[in-house]
Design a binder for this molecule. Structure first.
Ligand code: SF4
Length: 501
């Protein structure tokens, strides 16, 4: 008897999951195409659903029209039909969104973003990366006032607050709404004739601004600019609302508004540097590649590996997220006089598929083998160092160690370019429950974790070294709550939203 299992990336890879990538473009003749490419580059930030909304001026009717297409699936699948761009997604301004959700099958398509409404100020669409921490109280207040919600997403709250604002000017309505929400938000908002980009005062999630052929573009990460040859011009600052309209096209200077805030220091999500963002992106004003390489070097300084039984240690990465940190580790270990060779010892299949297995086989074994294979010649009889960016539950790590052992490694040393994860994230990242985190299962005992994983030694980058290594040139401060439990805001009274993004 055989049964079928679906393999999907988030399930298999034991990693925290990103919550969404956003993109916006103002006044470009190929706005929806550019948004598609931008979303394609941001696919790593959300693989569950994708959507694009455009604004078109109908010169005959002399009014703006919104057009949208969104669905579950990867960007390529959602926008598979070429005709969508010419026939549906018309207009010179657009926003788009890639979504990851924690709720799976019970979720509904209405939660796929961007979310749009029509109110007294015209059409408005929104795409959100982050998680509002006062979601429950705001939703209850709005429901008590008679608001009917289309979705279960926290993002929809912002639209209702805009619609209910007593301000007359639309930008003031948006600023008014954003002054009422708490937590993490990097946003792109499309109105009939404007694109607005906004970032919460803590600046947890990145949000970059670029230019393309005179048009303005906004994206979660700069890799979305590279794909369309847009030029990166800077970041939306924490607590800033940037407005792009016709006048801005003439002046070249976006209009900047400030949110009311008592936040003394932004707190960028340090995990964006460790794992979430692409290494070819610039976030928070710095190259992810450069920071991640430094994290690998710092890890080698704290937890070097010396060859004992062989001439040199073989350092391998867990593709793809630890590639850059591994290069940093290998070069620093060698620099410190320890014979080291960087090798490709694990090959990852990028194809998501399904398989048919016999019930008595271990489902998890076939899953990991469909995703990773070892290069035996590289590993056999070698002292191997595996570098990874993080361990969440430890399930994939344990299986990888078994694969490497099967390939004939003499010794296996595991090095992690972040500290142990102990606490949940309330700012837009999805970790499993605290009880499932391997660091909590073994009460922070690194030796016991190493034993469970089956490695000869295990070393995590310390929180102190992590904080020393990330950029501080412009006085940056960071959120480290999932490692330290020190939340920059009061989260005791908050709970996660049902549908985070
Ligand atoms: S808790 Fe962790 S993942 Fe969440 S924002 Fe803070 S550093 Fe990032």
């Amino acid at each position: 008897m055989f049964y079928e299992i679906e393999l999907n990336q988030p399930f298999l890879l034991d990693k925290p999951h990103d919550h969404c990538g956003i993109f916006g473009i103002f006044r470009h003749p190929k706005a929806s195409h550019m948004t598609y490419y931008g979303l394609h580059a941001l696919q790593h930030r959300g693989q569950e659903g994708s959507g694009i909304v455009t604004s078109e001026f109908d010169s005959e009717a002399k009014k703006y029209r919104f057009h949208f297409h969104k669905d579950f699936g990867l960007v390529n699948d959602v926008f598979r039909d070429d005709k969508l761009f010419a026939d549906v997604l018309k207009g010179e301004s657009a926003i788009g969104h890639n979504r990851y959700s924690t709720t799976g099958a019970s979720d509904s398509k209405v939660n796929v973003q961007p979310i749009t409404v029509n109110y007294r100020g015209g059409n408005v669409g929104i795409a959100h990366n982050g998680n509002l921490t006062n979601f429950h109280s705001l939703r209850k207040r709005l429901q008590d006032e008679g608001t009917i919600f289309q979705t279960t997403s926290d993002t929809e709250i912002i639209l209702h607050l805009i619609a209910k604002s007593k301000e007359q000017d639309q930008i003031k309505q948006i600023v008014d709404a954003l002054n009422q929400v708490e937590g993490a938000f990097s946003l792109v908002i499309l109105t009939d004739d404007k694109l607005i980009a906004a970032r919460d005062p803590y600046g947890w999630r990145p949000l970059a601004v670029g230019k393309l052929d005179g048009a303005f573009v906004v994206a979660s990460e700069t890799c979305a600019f590279d794909i369309i040859d847009a030029e990166y011009v800077g970041d939306v600052q924490p607590g800033e609302v940037l407005v792009f309209d016709e006048e801005v096209l003439r002046t070249g200077q976006p209009k900047s508004y400030r949110l009311n805030t008592t936040v003394a220091q932004p707190h960028h999500c340090i995990f964006e540097y460790i794992y979430f963002s692409r290494p070819d992106s610039k976030i928070f004003g710095e190259s992810v590649n450069r920071v991640r390489r430094r994290l690998g070097k710092a890890l080698a300084q704290e937890h070097p590996v010396q060859p004992k039984e062989t001439e040199k240690v073989i350092v391998i990465n867990v593709p793809d997220s630890s590639n850059t940190a591994t290069l940093g580790f290998a070069s620093e270990n060698e620099k410190n006089g320890l014979k080291t060779k960087y090798e490709i010892g694990l090959i990852r299949s990028h194809y998501v598929g399904r398989t048919f297995i016999q019930p008595e086989q271990e489902v998890r074994d076939i899953k990991v083998k469909m995703k990773f294979n070892t290069v035996k010649g590289v590993l056999k009889d070698k002292e191997v160092v595996i570098v990874d960016d993080s361990i969440v539950r430890g399930t994939t790590s344990k299986q990888l160690v078994e694969l490497i052992r099967e390939a004939g490694a003499k010794a296996i040393h595991f090095r992690i370019s972040s500290p142990p994860i102990h606490y949940p994230c309330f700012y837009g990242m999805d970790f499993p429950s605290s009880e499932e985190l391997i660091a909590n299962v073994f009460q922070g005992n690194v030796e016991a974790i190493g034993k469970y994983l089956g490695v000869d030694s295990l070393g995590y980058l310390s929180l102190e070294k992590l904080l020393e290594t990330v950029p501080h040139e412009n006085g940056e401060t960071y959120c480290t709550a999932c490692f330290s439990g020190k939340y920059p805001t009061n989260v005791q009274t908050h709970s996660k939203t049902e549908h985070e993004c």
